[in-house]
Design a protein around this ligand. Structure first.
Ligand code: PLP
Length: 407
């Protein structure tokens, strides 16, 4: 008899974005003449940079001729891309990451989801609240959590991000083995300092723990005061795996390219307490279950590091940061307290009362869609997330409409 993985029964229905879509659809059916502005889902809205498109086209042409055609490539990614990443995202900032530490993939979502396969079933996990839901759900599927009770799973240490800690969670009081961190954060937009991150790295050393560091939004950090990579912290190469993505830096959400860094020195322990190196394990997993990102997509991603690509991707992220600054400014003027939007495309707004009621009010009275904070975890209640991914004119108009409600 074929039996199911019972852990799937513990999963909560993926309610957030489908419920938003349902409410927006209903609103549009009853108000067909109202123009709805969406500042909800975190998908980019602008086209790929021309440098990426040119490289993409050239690579497609190569695929059209027998003598330049490429079949299966290296599962870990082509050298031209791994070397460009190591040089530009790490060496240029004096961070020592070798191309062999880098695994190119089709998304930070898959990688943050799949990485937990490397660890024991009784691994004690710490997960931020609010959170990008993939970290939690994949551990539920793997059987690492208990049942869902009062809005939380048992056997998970939740790292509360609240106004009291300025949305950067405190170190856990108890001992945990695996820690998920994401900065700049989705959904809060909060950032972490070098000193705060160094405290997490110290915790990982002291507790023989490992940090999974999701830096998918690092490209929105401006200036030199904040870390763009956890490897800017001394010793992090031994205790952290990092996830980066071209989705939000270069508009690759539909094109799909990302990378995961597992430094050679990065370690975990076997049941005897002996050190085991994770680079070799992830390499085994990656080459067994993945056959590489397509050649034209990797060429398009490598073009991000050309002179033109750097200028164009900077212009792209600057554009979204301009939207974010506008949202921050207008919402603050209306008297809301908020975080994010300075080194992040997300603004996390404190509101009075229930976040779904607030969502409904903005939809019904301003025809603006945001994301209710409670959908990201218990600590998200009393908040909404506003995304800067839209045109400037849509953001200006959304702020005008919301302003008319609150001023
Ligand atoms: N990590 C975070 C925190 C995200 O918000 C997202 C996408 O929204 C991802 C990872 C997924 O990135 P990718 O498009 O590379 O799968």
């Amino acid at each position: 008899m074929i039996r199911i993985n019972e852990n799937y029964r513990k999963l909560q229905a993926s309610y957030l974005f489908s419920e938003i879509a349902r409410r927006v659809r209903r609103f549009q059916e009853t108000n067909p003449d109202r123009d709805v502005i969406k500042l909800g889902i975190g998908d980019v809205t602008r086209a790929l940079p021309p440098a990426c498109i040119d490289a993409f086209r050239t690579a497609v042409e190569e695929m059209a001729a027998d003598d330049t055609f490429r079949g299966y490539g290296p599962e870990q990614g082509y050298d031209f891309l791994r070397e460009a990443i190591a040089t530009n995202d790490y060496a240029a900032r004096s961070v020592d990451i070798h191309p062999d530490d880098i695994f190119v993939s089709d998304g930070a979502k898959c990688d943050t989801a799949n990485i937990q396969e490397l660890f024991a079933c009784d691994t004690r996990i710490a997960i931020p609240d609010p959170v990008y839901p993939v970290y939690v759900d994949t551990n539920v599927m793997a059987g690492r959590t208990g049942e869902w009770n009062n809005g939380r799973y048992s056997n998970v240490v939740y790292l509360d991000s609240t106004p009291d800690n300025n949305y950067v969670p405190d170190l856990p009081r108890e001992k945990v083995d695996l820690i998920y961190l994401c900065f700049p954060n989705n959904p809060t937009g909060a950032t972490v300092t070098h000193d705060q991150l160094a405290a997490w790295v110290r915790y990982a050393f002291d507790n023989k723990a490992l940090i999974l560091y999701d830096a998918a939004y690092a490209c929105y950090i401006r200036g030199d005061s904040l870390p763009r990579s956890i490897y800017e912290i001394d010793g992090a190469r031994e205790v952290a795996i990092e996830f980066q993505s071209f989705s939000k830096s270069a508009g690759f959400t539909g094109t799909r390219c990302a990378y995961t860094v597992v430094p050679e020195a990065c370690r975990a322990y076997d049941s005897q307490g002996d050190v085991q190196f994770l680079n070799a394990m992830w390499n085994r997993r990656h080459t067994t279950k993945f056959n590489g990102v397509s050649y034209p997509v990797q060429r398009a991603a490598a073009a991000v590091y050309s002179a033109e690509g750097k200028r164009q991707t900077r212009e792209l992220t600057d554009f979204y940061l301009g939207n974010a600054a506008l949202i921050r400014d207008r919402m603050s003027t209306m008297g809301f307290s908020l975080v994010g939007g300075e080194h992040s495309p997300y603004i996390w707004l404190r509101i009075d009362g229930d976040s779904w009621e607030f969502f409904d009010r903005l939809l019904n009275e301003a025809s603006v869609v945001v994301t209710p904070g409670s959908g990201f975890g218990a600590c998200g209640e009393g908040h909404i997330r506003i995304s800067a991914f839209n045109s400037r004119s849509a953001v200006v108009e959304a702020m005008r409409r919301i302003g008319a409600l609150f001023q």
